[in-house]
Write a protein that binds this ligand. Structure first.
Ligand SMILES: [Zn+2]
Length: 118
């Protein structure tokens, strides 16, 4: 009976949930990682648990990753529109200055023409 009990014990010698979590998060030492991998190969219960933990991990990761990507895009857009607005402003000033100078030249030319024409 004692032998039978020890048999059951070795059969259910599964890594703890913390160990499986560490395995999923890639935080195990190579030797420990190898042990867990070997165990997962013949323990259906643990490989299912790892799959579940990985799904949870991915679910937790995606929003953060998305948030980061969205933030980067928003920052780039903000920087671009800011820069664009600035160049638009300078372009506006340049165009207005050119129009003013052009109008002044026309007025001067008309004034000069009428003066000499008289
Ligand atoms: Zn197991």
């Amino acid at each position: 009976m004692n032998e039978h009990f020890s048999d059951i014990f070795t059969e259910t010698d599964c890594p703890s949930q913390d160990q499986l979590m560490a395995y999923v998060q890639d935080k195990l030492e190579p030797a420990e990682r190898h042990k867990v991998e070997a165990h997962l190969a013949d323990c259906e219960m643990c490989s299912e648990a790892v799959e579940g933990l990985m799904a949870i991990r991915q679910k937790e990761q995606i929003p953060g990753w998305l948030r980061q990507a969205k933030w980067n895009v928003l920052q780039q857009l903000h920087r671009k529109t800011h820069r664009k607005r600035k160049t638009d402003f300078y372009l506006y000033i340049a165009v207005v200055s050119l129009i003013v100078i052009f109008l002044a030249l026309i007025l001067f030319w008309l004034f000069h023409f009428f003066n000499t024409g008289r």
